[in-house]
Design a protein around this ligand. Structure first.
Ligand code: KIV
Ligand code: ZN
Length: 518
């Protein structure tokens, strides 16, 4: 690999999944892994195999099914973790085991209760064990950014001797600032024997909003692997955002002089996919993939743009997969145009699913003059979620208004083919719908957030309901779209209920999951 080729290590499925409320099921992880391969990442960290049977299964399946990138599994520095990681990765065409052990004084003293010598010994033994399987080995001194530089250099040198070919320098708690983080990389370059024969990697958390800046500063000092996630997903304030790093090195190639294998036009579709699967919406003003990232509101800016786009635009929206004008589809649009748009919106549908969406698209186009992206997303969602769920909505009605007791009547299909009906009251008509759904399904969740917004701006726009609820300490999200907001709310709530049932079933049968697939 040339000296200016940057290795993109995506950890959306591992560190990203650790962010609260973002856990994904097996099918979702596989879908994302395929999208990451299509995006052109070099390494996919698919999970932490020993963490749970679900994590193990995800790493194993991705290792078997996803070709192209290196597939990596995380392991602590102990035999069980490393052996389990190997079990999950053994069928990958390019496997990597990523072993980590904390090195900072605070972790040594309070978390591990280990002296420096013991840390070095275990780090070396862990790397050697992983290396024994004949795989590529990456080592991370956890909390490296708060580790004494001399000790950090010692650990790094010893793991290189033991066979690590990538050494990652994590800023685990997002404490570093760019100059200091860059200086740490420089120090390692100057003081570690053998460092020029391995790849230096960076892994920055965003607690101070500096993850991307710190990573970029380290690249200037010779780091050649960046660990990042789509949409900057991750623990607490998240990890370094892949799309931001990529567009920074591309837009400022004059300064960084680095290339990557990323297909930048897949950035937006991949971002949408991850947002949809995790339920973690991207903030509107987020760099690169936020809804406003390429919107110009101020008159002076718009005037400048009309005279010469580069007056206010440093990147072309097309280059990150954003079309300059929203492509509007209508009843005369063909299957090909629809399927292309669906792909650009981040959905990977098979032929059967595509046919279903096309049929429903035609029906919607008879009711609605113009079909926008939001409408297409809604159709794709519907088809994707029409898979094996326990409860589906047959009908819902509700009553409200001043002077009446809010009430609702709901009919739900159980997957065994039985229809259940009930009616009830609530603090408002929507509350009555939710309470009735709970009574029918006998699943009770704690509603934390509920919103209804319109998906497009036209008069006959569809309503999108989003729900966040708590179930046994876990956050579950639901989202649904319909021309009727009561319908949308009931569907979103039912999605949460189905996810809660799924969780229960996974707990009881972790190997196969609830319905044999997810
Ligand atoms: O933040 C961190 O230190 C990590 C390691 C496991 C690399 O995620
Ligand atoms: Zn991390």
């Amino acid at each position: 690999m040339s000296d200016n080729r940057l290795i993109i290590f995506d950890t959306t499925l591992r560190d990203g999944e650790q962010s609260p409320g973002c856990s994904m099921n097996l099918a979702e992880k596989i879908e994302i892994a395929h999208a990451l391969a299509e995006l052109g990442v070099d390494v996919i960290e698919a999970g932490f195999p020993i963490a749970s049977p679900g994590d193990f299964e995800a790493v194993k399946t991705i290792a078997e099914q996803v070709t192209g990138p290196i597939i990596c599994g995380l392991a602590r520095c102990n035999n069980d973790d490393i052996d389990r990681a190997w079990e999950a990765l053994r069928n990958a065409s390019k496997p990597r085991i990523h072993v980590f052990l904390a090195t900072s004084a605070i972790h040594r003293e309070f978390k591990l209760r280990m002296a420096k010598e013991e840390i070095v010994r275990r780090a070396v033994a862990g790397v050697a064990r992983a290396k024994n399987y004949g795989v590529e080995v990456e080592f991370s001194p956890e909390d490296a950014a708060r580790t004494e530089l001399e000790f950090l250099a010692e650990v790094v040198e010893r793991v290189i001797e033991a066979g690590a070919t990538t050494v990652n320098i994590p800023d685990t708690v997002g404490y570093a600032v760019p100059e200091q983080y860059a200086a740490a990389i420089r120090y390692l370059k100057q003081n570690v024997r053998g460092i020029d024969n391995v790849v230096i990697s960076v892994h920055c958390h965003n607690d101070l909003g500096l993850a991307v800046a710190n990573s970029l500063a380290a690249l200037k000092e010779g780091a050649r692997q960046v660990e990042c996630t789509i949409n900057g997903l991750g623990e607490r304030a998240g990890n370094c955002a892949l799309e931001e790093i990529i567009m920074a090195i591309r837009t400022r190639n004059d300064f960084f002089k680095l290339d990557s294998g990323i297909q930048t036009r897949r950035l937006m579709p991949t971002s949408r996919l991850v947002a949809r699967v995790t339920g973690m919406q991207v903030q509107r003003n987020k760099a690169i993939v936020g809804q406003n990232a390429f919107a110009h509101e101020a008159g002076i800016h718009q005037d400048g743009m009309l005279k010469h786009a580069q007056t206010y635009e440093i990147m072309l929206p097309e280059d990150v997969g954003v079309s300059r004008t929203e492509l509007v589809l209508g009843k005369h649009s063909g299957r090909h145009a629809l399927s292309q748009r669906i792909r650009d919106l981040g959905y990977h549908l098979d032929n059967e699913q595509l046919n279903k969406v096309f049929d429903q698209f035609k029906t919607l186009a008879d009711r609605k003059k113009t079909i926008y992206d939001g409408d297409i997303e809604a159709l794709a969602e519907l088809v994707l979620h029409s898979g094996p769920v326990v409860w589906t909505l047959e009908a819902v009605t509700c009553n409200g208004g001043s002077g009446t007791v809010p009430s609702a009547a709901v009919a739900l299909w159980h997957k065994e083919g039985v229809i259940h009906r009930d009616a009830g009251t609530g603090d408002g008509p929507i509350d009555a719908v939710f309470k009735t759904i709970e009574r029918i399904t006998n699943v009770y969740v704690k509603l934390r957030k509920f919103s209804v917004t319109s998906v497009t701006e036209d008069e006959d726009a569809q309503g999108e309901a989003q729900i966040e609820a708590e179930y046994e300490g876990r956050v579950l999200r639901g989202r649904a779209v319909s021309t009727d907001i009561i319908d949308a709310s009931a569907l979103a709530y039912l999605q949460v209920i189905n996810r809660a049932i799924l969780r229960e079933q996974i707990k009881m049968n972790p190997q196969t999951g609830p319905l044999g697939s997810a």
